[in-house]
Design a protein around this ligand. Structure first.
Ligand code: AMP
Ligand code: ZN
Length: 477
């Protein structure tokens, strides 16, 4: 098959065409969640965009195998092996065991994914399932001279590599080589400031719950080793696409490459896909901040989670995205309007194959061009307005939904079947009715400026009013 799918490859700093190692097949790996708390909607932005990437690759014809780990051990609060153990922190917070926490938040993560129409990867593997594989890789790295034991721990020796900082520009490399940041704990066992732990035995966490026997004593793995081992366990020594959020680039993905390529002796993964962050108005969203935005929270405020999915798709994955309820309200109005229009289409007529092909090509081009999802949605809007019959439109919308997964037809049907104002809170309803009264009085007095201003005021709150023979009707838009 022709390779025409392109995206920005963090490794080459170019928009590269994806050339898989085996023709027609894509081996894809995603860094999974650390299951010590709910995922926030920032984490889920990354998983939504990775889901769209996977579905786009399938859409253009690749046979994709996607693997994801679940981090249930080894991730400390700083990605550079310092700070608290995240899983232990979660267990203490809730007075449960680490494994109970891991199970609960793994289930919660997949339940959020389901609500957002994120497909479950073909393989999902918790890190604690793969301890023998980790030990084997660490042993090989020691045998090959890429790792050393110090103070009871095993470290990767970054000075053994010609180019450790593979993702960095020359200027960034210089800054990184300048050494340790003043605000980071210094681990005296490390030979080089960016060496990282492969296996901890001298845990600074006396109450470390999960420990395993190893050739270097009882302990637990470092965080980075899990992705190298889990991916190789299921995808072999060559991978086509590796994804994560931009915060994973350094040190996590840099360390994964260091370990994997030292272990195999060859290049590991050619294409690196990174999703930029979702920020709230005060900055980057983070689980450690305590109060954070979850899918359940936005759902409890009455938003269909798919509105959040559309919010993410309307923005390019490489740009930072700022979340606000105002922006989500605008997206809700756009989603409902579009869904209703789609649901009003009739399943009648013959599909016009020329029109079908034309729009499908445009949609595919948008995806193949650095995953331009907002352009793909524009093509969807163009289809709704197109000069072709409903059957063709519906067939295209159904086809596009293999990638977009917005359920527009089904959700639109539900919206059309629900009385316009069902579920509206009583306060808003009272406000709207009072405004309608006020407008009627203004109209009677021929004060049309006030009447129009009231209509606009309501519209700004997401309420549209319509004068009908049966009186004034209103609905949320
Ligand atoms: P974690 O559960 O912390 O290991 O993170 C899970 C995924 O979410 C990783 O791929 C992170 O890079 C990504 N991530 C973390 N914070 C954000 C954010 N604010 N916006 C988008 N992705 C994020
Ligand atoms: Zn990873």
């Amino acid at each position: 098959m022709e390779n025409k799918f392109k995206f920005y490859n963090t490794l080459t700093r170019n928009i590269d065409t994806v050339i898989p190692n085996v023709e027609g097949k894509i081996a894809m790996y995603t860094c999974g969640p650390t299951v010590y708390h709910f995922a926030h909607i920032g984490n889920l932005r990354s998983y939504i965009m990775e889901d769209v990437l996977e579905k786009s690759l399938r859409y253009v014809g690749y046979d994709v195998k996607r693997v994801m780990n679940i981090t249930d051990v080894g991730h400390l609060s700083s990605d550079a092996d310092t700070g608290e153990d995240k899983m232990l922190k979660g267990a203490k917070r809730e007075n449960k065991t680490v494994m109970e926490i891991a199970q609960f938040y793994t289930d919660a993560f997949f339940s959020d994914c389901e609500k957002l129409n994120i497909k479950r990867p073909d393989v999902v593997e918790p890190a604690t399932n793969c301890i023998p594989e980790f030990i084997h890789m660490v042993q090989v790295l020691l045998d090959k001279g890429f790792a050393y034991e110090a103070g009871g721990n095993v470290y990767f020796d970054t000075s053994k590599l010609e180019d450790y900082y593979v993702f960095s520009s020359a200027v960034e490399k210089e800054q990184l080589l300048e050494g340790v940041r003043a605000d980071v704990d210094v681990d005296d066992n490390k030979k080089n400031s960016n060496d990282f732990v492969l296996w901890f035995t001298k845990s600074k966490f006396e109450d470390q719950a999960l420990k395993w026997d190893s050739p270097w004593g009882v302990g637990y793995p470092g965080w980075h080793i899990e992705c190298s081992c889990i991916s190789m366990k299921h995808l072999g020594e060559y991978m086509d696409i590796h994804c994560g959020g931009v915060d994973n680039i350094f040190p996590h993905h840099t360390n994964e490459i260091a370990q994997s390529e030292s272990f195999t002796g060859h290049k590991w993964c050619n294409h690196w896909f990174h999703v930029n962050h979702l920020n709230d108005q005060s900055g980057k969203m983070s689980k450690s901040k305590g109060d954070f935005l979850t899918v359940s929270l936005i759902e409890s405020k009455g938003y269909n989670p798919l509105v959040y999915r559309m919010f993410c798709l309307q923005s390019h994955y490489r740009k930072p995205l700022v979340f606000s309820y105002e922006a989500l309200d605008n997206m809700l109005a756009a989603y409902n309007k579009l869904a209703k229009k789609v649901a009003e289409l009739k399943k009648e007529g013959e599909i016009d194959t020329t029109a079908f092909r034309t729009y499908k090509e445009k949609f595919e081009d948008a995806l193949c061009n650095d995953l331009n999802t907002s352009m793909a949605i524009t093509v969807l809007y163009d289809v709704v307005k197109a000069d072709t019959n409903d059957a063709t439109k519906l067939a295209l919308i159904e086809d596009f939904d293999k990638v977009l997964s917005l359920n527009l037809y089904e959700e639109g049907k539900k919206l059309l079947e629900t009385p316009a104002n069902a579920g509206v809170d009583a306060e808003l309803e009272a406000f709207v009715l009072a405004k309608i009264e006020e407008r009627a009085t203004a109209k009677k007095a021929k004060d049309f400026a006030t009447a129009d201003a009231i209509r606009d005021e309501l519209l700004a709150k997401g309420v549209a009013i319509k004068d009908t023979r049966e009186g004034v009707k209103w609905e949320l838009v």
